[in-house]
Design a protein around this ligand. Structure first.
Ligand code: FAD
Ligand code: NAG
Ligand code: NAG
Length: 512
């Protein structure tokens, strides 16, 4: 995905990182009043479910049995595909340098960031390349200044100010604070300002911040297309996350992002059950101990047939939406729907090993000299692709250099529909392999913003992917996972003083 090399970390952000490393959960040490739960289920083994297993183990200790259900591949929307001798990311790819949970995971698991191969962005308007980064910082800077005045700098400052607030969630979580709804979590980070962002389009938000319409159409819309396959009419919060996804310093995990998921499952000592959960019901049974004699019964279907088990706590870590999952809930009052309102957007990811047709891009540049890696597209009628990227393997071999466009190499295209043979023939002179994955990728962020689905579906039944309606990203799922593990812990032990409280800063000041 695109990178604009004009950004440096703020001092404040760095100080915050220091704080993060040394922060202690001194406020979180209330005595445990109740026996721990016996069994916890997590439904789904994407980054959300895997992170939930990790944080649930952290909160509840070694005594509890954690089962993770997953009928497909561990990783979910983090997935790789083999082309030739190498694997390539075909789903979620880039991670922001300030995504502290993802960073923490790879450190904990002994993984490393993939070796950086500098990328360069270009923007294609359907006829020609209208904007292109050069190898030289100063050239980029002057070019951006010439074409867009201070819009680029302003954009970085805008994203930084939102990031500064976003980063507060790490401090809250470090001290054990949790939030019972997506809106409350957002409010704790950015106050009413963040809720307002959810209520207006990215376009309205940025116009109000003084950005020019040209800049929005030429630069911001293409970024939104590559990151979310949508227009400037998405809401301002996911829009800001999208723009942050064009910062510099973006990284991926060496060997593939999905390794974080399998690593977290292993580290959390949870059991992976290769089955699809079909229904969840609330039942009352006699229990050996403790005040709780109500359970959640999960019915599931795997290769060896169907079965069911009882759990004290359940975290659902898959979207409850049409086409994403189909779980029936019974015995709940008020009833829990199988699907919440709102749809997921289809993004087709097509990997092509082939030779690019330079005239498709309307450029007279020689293919040997063409080294743009991320070609974004403006929002035009009839535009068949969101983006076209020259992608590097998940593991960068020794001495690797990204080949120029004059060589056959691996390109990844994002598009709203499958690409026809004819469309591919237009974009490529020739190819020797094509593989396609259709994702129901992320929510359709249409306004007016309807309230996000709940985190809490029932007393001890939680829904992680509600957070995707604020923004869908690996880090968002990780933040939601930690929030729900804390929430489950506080509910279980009756510690209400850490739920929906925004007084952390006052309390910290009192402690000093
Ligand atoms: C093409 C694409 C590009 C993206 N790019 C980026 C990016 O660059 N950076 C970024 O941060 N994010 C990106 N994202 C978003 C990111 O991938 C997701 O937000 C994140 O991976 C969601 O993780 P999750 O675990 O919450 O959900 P998922 O990964 O969807 O995991 C849910 C899991 O639940 C399983 N499941 C479903 N139903 C059941 C059932 N009944 N029983 C048991 N299991 C079930 C599914 O098989 C799946 O494995 C991208 C997404 C796509 C599709
Ligand atoms: C969002 O907009 C609706 C109507 O447009 C309004 O009623 C609501 O109060 C707004 N919410 C926030 C948090 O601004
Ligand atoms: C390349 O692109 C041009 C312009 O879109 C098109 O006319 C041509 O058919 C394409 N294919 C090849 C093989 O050149």
């Amino acid at each position: 995905m695109p990178t604009m090399n004009v950004q440096t970390l703020t001092l404040r952000a760095l100080l915050f990182l220091g704080l993060w490393q040394t922060g202690r959960r001194s406020l979180a040490s209330a005595p445990k009043l109740q026996h721990p739960p016996e069994k916890i289920a997590v439904v789904g083994a994407g980054i959300g479910g895997a992170a939930a297993a990790f944080y649930l183990r952290q909160e509840f200790g070694d005594g509890v049995k954690i089962d993770v259900f997953e009928p497909g591949a561990v990783g979910g929307r983090l997935a790789t595909v083999k082309v030739g001798d190498h694997e390539y990311e075909m789903g979620g790819t880039v991670i922001h340098p300030l995504n502290l949970h993802m960073k923490h995971f790879i450190e904990k698991l002994g993984l490393s960031p993939k070796k950086d191969v500098p990328s360069k962005m270009a923007i294609f308007d359907g006829n020609e390349i209208v904007f292109q980064e050069s190898d030289w910082f100063i050239v980029n800077f002057l070019r951006m200044l010439w074409q867009y005045g201070f819009n680029f700098l302003r954009m970085q400052m805008w994203v930084e100010s939102i990031m500064d607030k976003f980063m507060r969630i790490y401090q809250y979580q470090q001290y054990g604070y949790s939030f019972s709804s997506v809106d409350r979590l957002l409010h704790a980070m950015g106050g009413d300002g963040f809720l307002t962002l959810m209520n207006q389009t990215l376009e309205e938000t940025m116009i109000a911040e003084g950005f020019s319409q040209n800049f929005l159409n030429d630069i911001v819309a293409p970024i939104t297309r590559v990151n979310y396959g949508q227009t400037l009419r998405i809401h301002g919060f996911v829009g800001a996350v999208s723009v942050a996804g064009a910062d510099s310093g973006l990284w991926s995990v060496d060997g593939g992002n999905k390794r974080v998921c399998s690593g977290l499952l292993y580290h959390s000592k949870s059991e992976l059950i290769p089955a699809r959960v079909t229904s969840i019901s609330f039942t009352h049974r006699p229990s050996k101990m403790g005040p709780t004699n109500s359970f959640y019964e999960l019915n599931y279907v795997g290769e060896s047939g169907s079965a069911h088990s009882l759990y004290d706590i359940v975290v659902i870590a898959t979207p409850l939406h049409q086409g994403k999952s189909d779980i029936t809930f019974s015995g709940f009052s008020p009833p829990i729907p199988s699907h919440y309102p709102g749809r997921y957007q289809q993004t087709v990811s097509t990997m092509v090993h082939g030779l690019l047709n330079m005239s498709y891009l309307g450029t007279t540049e020689s293919a040997e000299g063409f080294t743009a890696s991320d070609i974004l597209t403006t929002e035009l009628e009839g535009s068949v692709i969101f983006s076209l990227s020259s992608v590097d393997p998940v593991h960068i071999p020794e001495g690797y250099k990204r080949p120029p466009a004059s060589q056959r190499k691996v390109w990844r295209l994002f598009s709203p529909q499958s690409l026809s043979q004819e469309q591919l023939q237009n974009i490529f002179v020739s190819w020797d392999s094509v593989s396609e994955t259709r994702w129901l990728a992320y929510p359709l962020y249409r306004l007016p913003y309807r309230k996000s689905p709940p985190f809490i579906l029932h007393d001890r039944l939680y829904y992680l992917n509600a957070v995707e309606w604020a923004a869908s990203a690996m880090e968002m799922s990780a933040i939601s996972a930690r929030n729900l593990a804390l929430l489950a812990h506080h509910h279980w032990h009756g510690q209400v003083d850490k739920i929906d409280q925004e007084d952390l800063h006052t309390r910290l000041r009192g402690e000093l």
